[in-house]
Design a protein around this ligand. Structure first.
Ligand code: PMP
Length: 330
């Protein structure tokens, strides 16, 4: 084969022509941020029957770990960033800062990587290595707060840092930022309403910043005021369920709306661990502890009613909890 045969028949394009050529746009693609939300609603009925739930009660779980960054918090983080950009509080050169026990921070780190913002996260020093590693993997800078003061200590430290240099930072302030609950009012709530064909009777969710519960609950109540909203917290101050707060002794988030709650349920940490293992082994759902707690709550509600459709939300997957040893037990 001679060289001539391989030479393309088209004349070579000059560098100038190449520079001017536009990138072909494919109609069905977007960046990773466009994949946040629209998670599947999983049918957990077979699993629920195994735990004694009657055949007239449906149990469903929203698979939030399928969001980019691996948790429900991608929704709130994206809304907070977009709202801050829209209102001129966040622009290139500002550092996005917040306190986070993990998932929101990881979501901010991912969004910052895509949009080109520097992200600083204040986290209690004793949070799991996996969480720190994930935030760092996306390029965020970690600032460690006093481990004995938990997430409230991280809140106090971030407030102090922002007060000292307000012009340097955009303080995302997930506990008090209405964009947090609005994300769920505009996405999670409508998705659950549609996916349950308007048949949902009970929504069960844990309280962290309370954004998920408040936004989703508010939307569902507006669609049908009979939908019962069940809020979950650890059953006492010493029970730790990562992602959830014990409100009686915590700094209560500014976005929390106690009037939305129809029922409060206290969840036992031991039962949560057992349920988290059971979900992996009997339903193939490798989820985190707050998902285990959500299922403990959902099953309890489902057993107390004669008929209905119980929907809960499974905030993240199990990978950040492996080092706690949850999955090592029989
Ligand atoms: N579960 C996990 C694992 C979380 O990280 C969080 C957020 N702190 C929640 C549940 C609670 O969600 P929200 O902040 O929307 O109340």
């Amino acid at each position: 084969m001679s060289f001539e045969q391989l030479t393309p028949t088209m004349p070579p394009r000059s560098v100038d022509t190449l520079k001017r050529a536009t990138i072909p746009q494919l109609p069905q693609t977007g960046d990773l941020l466009a994949q946040i939300g629209n998670t599947p609603l999983l049918d957990l009925n077979h699993f629920a029957r195994g735990l004694g739930v009657s055949a007239r009660v449906g149990v469903y779980g929203k698979a939030e770990w399928l969001n980019p960054s691996g948790s429900v918090k991608a929704r709130a983080a994206l809304w907070i960033v977009q709202e801050a950009e829209r209102t001129g509080q966040l622009y290139p050169g500002k550092i996005l800062i917040d306190s986070s026990s993990g998932n929101t921070g990881i979501a901010f780190a991912l969004i910052g990587a895509i949009k080109g913002y520097e992200v600083h996260l204040v986290m209690p020093a004793n949070i799991s290595q996996e969480r720190k590693a994930l935030a760092r993997a996306y390029g965020a800078k970690l600032i460690e707060s006093d481990p004995l003061e938990g997430s409230d200590g991280a809140i106090r430290l971030v407030r102090q840092m922002v007060a000292e240099q307000p012009e340097r930072y955009f303080y995302a302030n997930q506990y008090n930022n209405p964009a947090n609950w609005l994300a769920h009012y505009q996405t999670t709530g409508p998705e659950i309403w549609q996916q349950s064909q308007g048949k949902i009777t009970h929504f069960v969710a844990g309280l962290g910043t309370t954004g998920t519960f408040v936004g989703t609950g508010r939307y569902l109540k507006e669609r049908n005021r009979h939908v019962q909203l069940v809020a979950l917290q650890p059953d006492d101050e010493l029970s730790v369920i990562e992602g959830l707060k014990y409100l009686p002794t915590a700094i209560v988030p500014g976005i929390y709306d106690a009037t939305l709650v129809d029922h409060h349920l206290g969840i036992d940490a031991e039962e949560t661990w057992a349920m988290t293992r059971r979900l992996a082994r009997q339903a193939g759902l490798f989820v985190g502890l707050s998902s285990g707690a959500a299922m403990v709550g959902a099953i309890q509600v489902a057993k107390e009613i004669e008929e209905g459709v119980v929907v809960t939300l499974l905030p993240d997957d199990g990978s950040k909890y492996v080092s706690l040893g949850i999955f090592d037990r029989d």
